[in-house]
Design a protein around this ligand. Structure first.
Ligand SMILES: C[S@@+](CC[C@H](N)C(=O)[O-])C[C@H]1O[C@@H](n2cnc3c(N)ncnc32)[C@H](O)[C@@H]1O
Length: 318
């Protein structure tokens, strides 16, 4: 999509924010971390409601460029009418390819605010929320085929067990996987309400918390969130200019660990060597902050979603 392309008759970013599309987290910390040069080229990998993008645009001069990715077509309605913006309606795992395609092989900064937007959660028919009944969907990109329905009805018991354990830390993930296989033997599991009802006998602890963990695991798998993050991270040093910055906001420990390890070591191979003090970093990035940045007391009061947010910022070596 070209610089000015934008669905017609839609309202601007400010109005969308007011209408509750999404409240950006760690806004000033992230934009501050990017150390924006007014004439630079910046990438927002997760445009969403455009909160971070709008702040980047405020700091860019007329010569600056913002390239915004989002794989959800709904995000396009928030695009500002601004000739400095180029929108890429694709997965950020293809970062390098699309930057090259649009004539920006190198950029001054890349940011990402991972996960789903409040809008995606609040749209019942998208199937992300345990609060509503809908089809088991959970796709950010509705062009893709795999949905939560597909996972629940076709994955093997061992695969289901692993994903609920790893991505949701569901305490009885083995029992859950067995129950899913048993229930779907009687007919496909089609809806959120149907799924919750049929799993009711094996729920442990608070059902809201339990299903929140189960849904998180399904969402991560449907959208291959960790795979996309890894693909994007390895491309960051390849697209950043020397001195360029990367700022990534994560919302759970598996994501944060990938960002932390990649920024520090330049790969994802963990720790065995570290135990013996032998691991040598091949990272082309240096950390700007040793510790992750978290939300202030004020932001925590204002936006509960900021509770689990962690921002890490790195700079490409000169
Ligand atoms: C947390 S929201 C971003 C909110 C945004 N920073 C704001 O201030 O409104 C994440 C957005 O990134 C998109 N997204 C998540 N993973 C993506 C991926 N791998 N590729 C492209 N877009 C992605 C989602 O569709 C969603 O709109």
């Amino acid at each position: 999509m070209g610089k000015k392309d934008k669905p017609e008759g839609k309202v601007g970013v400010e109005a969308q924010e007011e209408a509750g599309y999404h409240v950006p987290v760690l806004l000033h910390e992230t934009i501050g971390g990017l150390a924006i040069k007014p004439g630079g080229v910046y990438v927002d990998c997760t445009f969403g409601g455009g909160g971070h993008s709008r702040e980047i645009l405020k700091q860019l001069g007329p010569e600056g460029t913002l390239i915004a990715f989002d794989q959800d077509e709904d995000a396009q309605r928030n695009l500002p009418d601004d000739s400095r913006v180029l929108f890429v309606p694709h997965n950020f795992r293809h970062l390098k390819r699309f930057l090259k395609l649009h004539g920006f092989p190198e950029v001054d900064g890349v940011m990402a605010d991972l996960g789903v937007s409040s809008h995606q959660f609040d749209e019942a028919r998208r199937g992300f929320s345990t609060r509503f009944d809908a089809d088991l969907d959970m796709r950010m990109d509705r062009r893709q085929e795999r949905t939560a329905f597909h996972i629940l009805n076709t994955y093997g018991e061992a695969e289901l067990h692993k994903l609920f354990e790893q991505y949701g830390e569901v305490t009885n993930s083995k029992t859950l996987a067995r129950k899913i296989v048993e229930v779907r033997g009687l007919g496909p599991i089609k809806t959120i309400a149907g799924f919750k009802t049929s799993m009711h006998p094996i729920v442990k602890g608070n059902p809201n918390k339990y299903f929140a963990q189960v849904f998180q695991a399904l969402r991560i798998e449907v959208n291959d969130e960790l795979g996309a993050l890894k693909d994007m991270l390895v491309q960051i040093p390849q697209v950043l200019k020397s001195g360029g910055r990367a700022a990534i906001i994560t919302f759970h420990s598996l994501e944060d660990r990938l960002v932390k390890v990649f920024f520090r070591d330049g790969d994802f191979e963990l720790e065995e060597d570290e135990v013996f003090g032998g691991k040598k970093s091949v990272s082309e990035l240096v950390l700007v902050n040793r510790k992750p940045i978290t939300a202030s007391e004020e932001e925590l009061r204002r936006n509960s979603r900021s509770r689990s947010a962690k921002l890490r910022v790195a700079e490409k070596k000169g």
